[in-house]
Design a binder for this molecule. Sequence first.
Ligand code: SF4
Ligand code: SF4
Length: 374
Amino acid sequence: MRYRTFPKINEQTSLLGMGCMRLPLGEDESVDAAKSIALIRGAIDAGVNYVDTAYTYHKGDSERVVGQALKDGYREKVLLADKMPVWLAKDKEDIRRMFDTQLERLEVDRIDMYLVHNVSAPLWKRAKKLEVLPFLEEMRAQGKIRYIGFSFHDTFECFQEVVDAYDWDFCQIQLNYMDQYFQAGVKGLEYAASKGLGVVIMESLKGGRLVAAIPPSVQKIFDACPIKKSPAEWAFKWLANRPEVTLMLSGMGRESELKQNIEILSKEDVAELTAEEAALIDQVAEEYNRLIPYPCTACQYCMPCPQKLEIYKIINYYNDWNVYEQNPNTAFEYINWMAKHGSDCVGCGACLEKCPQHLNIPETMGKAAETFGV
Ligand code: SF4
Ligand code: SF4
């Protein structure tokens, strides 16, 4: 396993982090505790020393299972990361209550890496109103948290504002070769690193979409290349090649995924990318982009929607569904992670005039609703 160091806090971690948002499920669709514990411990035994969970993953079962997995001497071997879902809090008391619940579920008295979860412009406003950071500092002073960070899903401009607003220890952004210009993107990665922040990458494999069913035209490009690597290795190499990346999370739900990822991220040359290899990835990204039905740039000029739809995210899920060969993770995330769906669009047209790409937004909302059933 390759290791890197979080710059500001000087903690050395494996390049691969164990993401616990897609744990193995049993027949009744609930988390299979035995399999999940074996998977998490297997990762730690192979050298992974960063385990990431959240209050909302698997409705709390992710935290419970992580707590079980970290018994028997495993807790001391890892940095444990967890997150505060500010959007679920009505008041400051809720923040305190959720934090206590997390310690209870995890059965620990300290969380190493603590993140304000899912920061966007409205959530950031709410976090300030509910004085989340002073609360986290209080928890840090009591030894219940070691380092404070945030995970992010909004524009680069918003990212810059959040980075500059507080003396963060680290941050977490979505990045892969298909999301270079999406949300914080490469610009955000470089900005955070320039401020001394360690950067944890989520969606390294775009929720598995870059490695599952590869569209035939993309496969043709891989096949024509004399350098043979798996799609996962290409995706990880592209990220590892950037020194600003401290750690890459992968939400692994199967032994085979874990084995493959460990193998890739243990290679000595994982961070090396020749010009020829970079050109291949560019070509693959270009082909994926060509397959996108609605070229939304996520500029958010269409916002706010009176019905509170996060238009660009919905379009992004609809595009992903079509580009990445109907990957089930796309439907899962759309249905479970979005507060409002395409079916909530009332067709008022308030967004139409504002889109510089001249996208028929109500039409895309309808298509998303038809595709995902909501
Ligand atoms: S048409 Fe739909 S998406 Fe556009 S502003 Fe109205 S409700 Fe929102
Ligand atoms: S204005 Fe158009 S391109 Fe920009 S986020 Fe909205 S739909 Fe996408």
